[in-house]
Write a protein that binds this ligand. Structure first.
Ligand SMILES: C[S@@+](CC[C@H](N)C(=O)[O-])C[C@H]1O[C@@H](n2cnc3c(N)ncnc32)[C@H](O)[C@@H]1O
Length: 202
């Protein structure tokens, strides 16, 4: 089993900074009555609870692959809100052809998932007619904080410790316009937020 690298206590240290993009993204969502919502990479579930309450959703499912983060989510379970351990790509594959989602939401998680071209198409195909895909990922892979870290990772002793591992950002901001949306996706390039409204995408 892969090592769980997520630590809810450490994650909580920068609570306000990390939750601001969540609220920015939530403000872009158009609430509809009785929504069926999924929050991909929901973490501790604290913000999923706010998403669920803010939308008055009929059902909200939070999924995350980290047992440590999900352990915290038990405290946030509420009527119509549940949490499940799952991997995002696996979720997208498993749910194909099942009841569609009115909102697929993800804050600060999809940049950990590879194959964005495939991923974004799969997620869009899970939307109900008029459903919304709202995602936020950091768009900072060319910032010095990231490029310097990547450079240092190629030097001793880090190169040996990482066994040559180099992380490439999978974020493809240009993938969304190639997927057919009922209304054009809105991008917020500085934060990496995007929202699209879809009906039966190709
Ligand atoms: C930066 S946290 C964001 C948590 C929450 N969305 C928030 O806004 O506070 C990223 C979360 O994504 C989860 N994650 C990363 N890769 C994942 C994957 N492939 N499948 C499911 N969850 C994943 C991590 O376990 C972690 O809880």
């Amino acid at each position: 089993m892969a090592k769980d690298v997520w630590d809810p206590t450490q994650y909580d240290r920068f609570r306000d900074e990390r939750s601001q993009p969540f609220f920015d993204l939530l403000n872009l969502v158009r609430p509809q009555p009785g929504m069926q919502v999924v929050d991909l990479g929901c973490g501790t579930g604290e913000l999923t609870y706010k998403l669920h309450r803010h939308l008055g959703a009929r059902e909200t499912l939070g999924i995350d692959s980290s047992p440590a983060m999900l352990a915290e989510s038990r405290a946030h379970a509420a009527q119509g809100l549940r949490f499940e351990k799952n991997e995002i790509l696996q979720f997208a594959a498993q749910r194909a052809g099942e009841a569609p989602w009115d909102l697929i939401f993800s804050n600060a998680a999809l940049h950990w998932v590879p194959q964005h071209d495939h991923l974004l198409r799969s997620l869009t195909s899970l939307l109900a007619p008029g459903g919304q895909l709202a995602i936020q990922v950091p768009a900072n892979h060319d910032h010095p904080s990231q490029t310097v870290a990547a450079q240092v990772a190629t030097e001793a002793p880090f190169r040996e410790a990482l066994e040559g591992y180099a992380r490439r950002s999978p974020v493809l901001a240009r993938s969304l316009p190639t997927i057919s949306f009922a209304s054009p996706p809105t991008f917020f390039p500085s934060s990496g937020s995007a929202i699209g409204n879809s009906s039966f995408p190709a």
